[in-house]
Design a protein around this ligand. Sequence first.
Ligand code: C5P
Ligand code: C5P
Ligand code: ZN
Length: 473
Amino acid sequence: MTPIILAARSVAEKIKLEKKSEVLVVSHIDADGITSASIATFVMENLGIEYQNFFVKNLDEDILQRIGDMGAELVWYTDIGSSVKDKIEGVSNQAIITDHHTVIQSRTKSNNGRVFELNPHNFGIDGGRELSGSGITWIMAYAILGESVERLVPLAVTGAVGDLQDNENRALVGINKKIADIGESAGYVKQVTDIFYYGKETRPVYKMLQYAFDPVIPGISGNESAGIEFLTNLGVELRDDEGVWRSWVNLSGRERRLIISQIVRRILFSDCVPEDAVRVVGECYYFPLEHLGTEIHEAKEFATLLNACGRYGEAYIGLDVCLGDRGEAFRRARVLLRGHRRTLVESLDTVLRVIGIEEYGTLLYFHGGNKILDTIIGTLASMLLNSGEIPTNKPIIAFAKNTEGKIKVSARAPRPLINMGINLAQAVRIAADTVGGEGGGHSAAAGATIPEGAEDVFLREVEKIINKQLGNG
Ligand code: C5P
Ligand code: C5P
Ligand code: ZN
């Protein structure tokens, strides 16, 4: 990680943050955006600089104009910005971008040193897998404040997990992993090989298994009573002595191993692909300074809590939780989480049973219209790819109408297709450009906003580009 740290130090020296009177922190609304915002905010608080936070779904021309109009001396973009670096140069006095999205080659010449971009892609590091927005922001913070930011490693890890960067390898890799190790050495993170499902802290174990879909547990996923029977047959008590449902973290090591071994057995002796069995376990990230059995004690649950804030227009609540609020903000975040979980379950059902998934050549797609919230179609597309309910040999494109009457697009592709050369960020960006929209992202996960009515042309363009990427075009 040395070249990135050196670059971050050089940015820190040039920008002289400590001398700024007011900084605007602009961040993406998802878990990675919120954690990266909180890391930047921690820096501001530490240096005693006036600051303001601003959360955005994207950086279209109107929003950039608004940011420019706010007139901040310095704008710090976290987990967003690289795809519109040229435009940022046009509106900001001075800016730092700590982002991990695909970079675009600058179309304009030097901007007199006003915009400083720190992005792993510029160092030959895959920002889609090896470093999150929160991670690159943490590196910037480390360059400014040194070891005192070790306590923020849980936030950097949570952002990476929120972006599913641990998904393919069942562990964080690359610089993400190095940051997690730093956190572990300093006592802020515990890395444990454990069951990889969501809900280990706050869901009753049978519920965790019912909602387990990556990988699917034959006969148990989606079937509440089957999960209860499975646990009972293994002799695992469902409730503790006080009658409270036991969650995964309340089980003994022996109980956990027993359950994992039986899940693996079920997968191996079903018609699932055998590789699914190893995906049941992976590196899980726990935060020992938080209370066991709470959403903030484990990275996946923490990330989902933050998404439940940001995706419903309440990123500020998530920010407060990241900054240490365990009172009102935490309570409100938990309420939002209940709604988010319900919305995800209902929306997944709507997509599968009401809307349906269509084929379009080498693509799959669905159109959520007004039935599915635009801010969660990406999450749904990721869930669908891993659900065993749809073919996994094609990328999936999801559409939904947003509150401005435009169409939000989310695209996701399974890793084997990425290894074959598919780059969704490129395909989606070019196709969106063609129809007068804008888009970008990572090779495995990209998004766009396009005008209503342009969906067909957009699909056609994406398909054309993807075929070309695969060498078929
Ligand atoms: O904007 P950002 O970089 O934060 O978002 C990354 C997105 O990529 C997340 O929505 C995450 O769910 C998605 N992703 C995915 N599958 C992967 C890796 C990332 O769906 N294997
Ligand atoms: O919104 P969604 O989760 O589908 O986004 C997937 C990835 O594409 C994210 O990393 C997001 O930041 C990026 N994206 C983008 N430009 C857009 C929409 C999404 O770069 N207009
Ligand atoms: Zn991100």
